[in-house]
Write a protein that binds this ligand. Structure first.
Ligand code: ADP
Ligand code: ZN
Length: 233
């Protein structure tokens, strides 16, 4: 399916899953393949922290501890991003919504723009594996390609496979202790959204312990089905 500028109905996807489930990896692949825009509240917040904006300064402490940032800050930052024109052909929400209040606010934000959620995709993984996945991960500082100490090193040591960059970075909150706090926050605040979207008939569950390529193929098939449903609607 091509999501070109003539799309009467822009696609809105939500990726749900604990830290390390692969939301960011899959969102980046969907962005490249389907022309959707990845909206990661984690990335937006890290950008705000780096730029030392008021929102960033207010968010930093909670992020360092692995706790959730306040709904107010996250919603402001997300609304600003959703107002930018590149999002009008379709978005993948990665890391948002994370609380029921955020989910309700999102429903209102979309409704005001004549849009709705096409699918909330829950990536099913084992928590225990997430600690190791998250603790070992790092990304290329130039292009953002993701790597892992044990699972996915660059083919040539120290050189990014995609852009040949040689600088890499690790997130300050990607350590075993903070990951456990983030997993708890996920179960307490975010996992209930699985029922929230199931009740609205929008939920799809995808097993996500397998290979990155397999999971990507399952997501592609889902997007194809959404596209066909729209054409026949
Ligand atoms: P991960 O999914 O791996 O935990 P993210 O990059 O999505 O990582 O989020 C990193 C941190 O940013 C979270 O631990 C939290 O402090 C904050 N954050 C991101 N999105 C939200 C959100 N929607 N609501 C509240 N806090 C958020
Ligand atoms: Zn790179």
């Amino acid at each position: 399916m091509s999501l070109d500028t003539a799309d009467p109905h822009p696609v809105t996807l939500i990726l749900l899953g604990p830290p390390g489930a692969g939301k960011g990896t899959q969102a980046r692949m969907l962005e490249q393949k389907h022309g959707l825009v990845q909206l990661s509240t984690g990335d937006l917040l890290r950008g705000a922290v780096a730029a030392r904006t008021a929102a960033g300064l207010a968010a930093q402490e909670a992020m360092d501890r692995g706790e959730l940032v306040s709904d107010r800050i996250v919603l402001d930052i997300l609304t600003d991003r959703l107002n930018q024109p590149d999002t009008r052909h379709g978005v993948i929400l990665d890391g948002f919504p994370r609380t029921e209040a955020q989910a309700e606010a999102l429903d209102r934000l979309l409704e005001a723009r004549g849009r709705r959620i096409d699918a909330a995709i829950s990536l099913k993984v084992d928590d225990e594996a997430m600690v190791e996945r998250v603790s070992g991960r790092f990304t290329c500082a130039s292009c953002g390609e993701g790597y892992h100490d044990s699972f996915k090193q660059p083919a040539r040591f120290g050189i990014c496979d995609v852009c040949e960059g040689t600088a890499f970075k690790r997130r300050a909150d990607d350590n075993a202790e903070t990951v456990r706090t983030r997993l708890s926050a996920y179960h307490a605040e975010t996992a209930p959204l699985i029922d929230y979207y199931a009740a609205r008939g929008a939920l799809t569950e995808i097993p996500a312990m397998g290979e990155i390529g397999e999971i990507a193929a399952a997501l592609d098939a889902l997007i194809e089905r959404l596209g066909e449903a729209q054409v026949s609607a």
